[in-house]
Design a protein around this ligand. Sequence first.
Ligand SMILES: Nc1ncnc2c1ncn2[C@@H]1O[C@H](COP(=O)(O)OP(=O)(O)OP(=O)(O)O)[C@@H](O)[C@H]1O
Length: 692
Amino acid sequence: MMNPLHSYLPLLLSSSSILQQGKCEDRLDSAYDIWLASRAMPGSKDLLIPGAVRPLTIRNARLAYRSIQNNTFGLLKRLYSGHPNRTVCMLAAQLARSLIPAFRGYSQALIIDEIQLQFSSESFNWPRLLRLTGSELVRRYLESILDSYAIHNEGIVMDHAKFLVEYQQLQQRVRLDCPTFTDPLMRDLLHESDLFARSFSGGGFGSLSPMDFLQILSLTIEIVSHLFLILSVTRSYTHIYVLLLSLCSTFFPLVLPQSILSQTHIDSPFTPREAHAANRRERMRNMAFSDIYRPEVQLFGLQEWILSNWASAWKTVHESEVTQQPWQLSFTTGIITLSDFFRAIQNVPFLLLLQSSSATLGSLSLYRSSIHSVIYNSRSLATTTRMAFQSVFLMAAWCASTELKPKLQPEHQDKVRYKSVLGGISIQARELSYTYPGCREPALKDVSFTLHAGETLAIVGYNGSGKSTLAKVLLRIDDFDKGELMVNGHDLRLYDPSEYHQHLSAVLQGFSRFNSTLRENVGVGSVVNMDSKDIIENAVNLARADGIVKTLPQGLQTILESPAFEPVSYVGCVPAASQGHGLSMGEWQRIAIARAFMRATNPGIDLLVFDEPTSSLDAKAQSEIFDTIHKLSRYPDGNRRRTVIFITHQLSIARRADRIAMMESGTISEFGSHDQLLAQNGSYATLYKQSI
Ligand SMILES: Nc1ncnc2c1ncn2[C@@H]1O[C@H](COP(=O)(O)OP(=O)(O)OP(=O)(O)O)[C@@H](O)[C@H]1O
């Protein structure tokens, strides 16, 4: 079985080797290939940090061209397909508007010439003057109608495109699984894809969007139309040469080597070291601002530590500016001075024209305003082109991210339908091993055990021995690297995770505390029953959380305050957290248990997993919860109905289970019933004796 996502990783090597061997970038076809290749740092094995500006090199220009060919047009088509007619109108209006300034200049020149002529001849033709002024006013009125229609139409088209982008971004976030997010390369891809989405929606920096391409086109048309006007009043080629010189000076700084220009980009980290420092700077800022950290910041006197760390990280990020060589500074300053000089000599043709006896006031004013428009628009064109160049690669990241397949998803042809077996789920693990990405030591090592349908397994052991990791692997939240895991007689990897999850309920160790009502916090356990007050109340009662509901001001409808939620303050809007009601850790635990029970009462649930569900509860409450778990695992006649796995440090509770797995250093060192393990007199027996 070949997962396309796994196949992306060697692509880094294959892409760079293609480029190193001097082979053509044209061979890179997929959005992912192009995106990855654009991140290669010249002369280094490192990749550019996510979000870094791509240098304007020939290789990157070819990659951008490839990306436009393969992805950008498809993306534009998708985004604007909601309003095809309005999109055509938007394009037409944009192009028409780009011709308007030239017309305006021409029309005004006609009026000036007419006034000059009438003044010099001293015969005033009022009807003609009024006609010219009237047509100018009508033209302006039509212009404003076209403008307001274009803005209104563009708003509708862009709102739809923004909705699609934001929706797809959310869709992608909820669709992808945990292992995909832990893959560093995938994280970078998603980060750049988010940058595109944010800037497209107008919530981020700048305005990278497919509209930049349209902007480039309309700026070009505007420049060409002004050049046409300039040529019509220009008398010699000298004027044109001087004008071309001025234009070159506008574009010159853009094609300078990145190494010179990047020295001035002090706020966009470029090297991995700067990126690391920028990260640290953000973490320190977060510690200073976050309400969650405030008590410990005060208690442990972290104020100075935060400030000095932030300051040193800030200096590292800005180091490149300090380390700038004097020759680089003088070179950059020289370029700017030269640029200004070239821009200044754009006045030479104007002076030449002024001296020419045939020049009219209208042509002079037309010439001057057109020259200004050409220079101004050329600068805008240069900036927009640079932005569009970068956005091509962010769009490639976006396109690649929409094609990402969750890592745990099996190939369609390999998929096996999940079938329930009598009594619950049967599990057979053979030599399972798993190492977290970026870690040297495996969290699971050769884990083997068999659990029959309907049995209860308690996983016990020391901190860090791999209990929670094993639970996440069994729940198909995390993957494993080696070994075999059979569930109901089939390889777990062949089940569609979403189908498999429909048969499980769990309380994870780091369960979620949603910044939402208590009702929703419980109801998410079974969304289809979210509207049923009876089912929610039943789950709350089973988890003995009814006492909490009674103390809350709005009962089930009380919004709970979640420490993970950082409210965004909008103007005129009360921050959401201030509406929340805080709960103790034990109370939150009961809510999480109620959520799991809400799901567990569904008939299709075959496996219940609880990772230290009662660690914050008192002894009586713990016993009551485990009584309920036991009840849920049986039919009313006492026959086994569901398999239960729970992780606990309370060995008095663990002894209730049919089987106990003692975990040490990532592996199951002892497996059997409580009595069998006591008789073995091994690690479990020692731990048990210590606990009583
Ligand atoms: N997301 C992660 N990334 C990297 N390493 C991790 C991650 N989660 C856990 N580990 C490491 O894996 C090992 C097993 O962790 P695990 O959480 O499974 O232990 P545990 O037995 O449940 O511990 P505890 O009893 O403290 O809850 C530990 O060494 C831990 O540091």
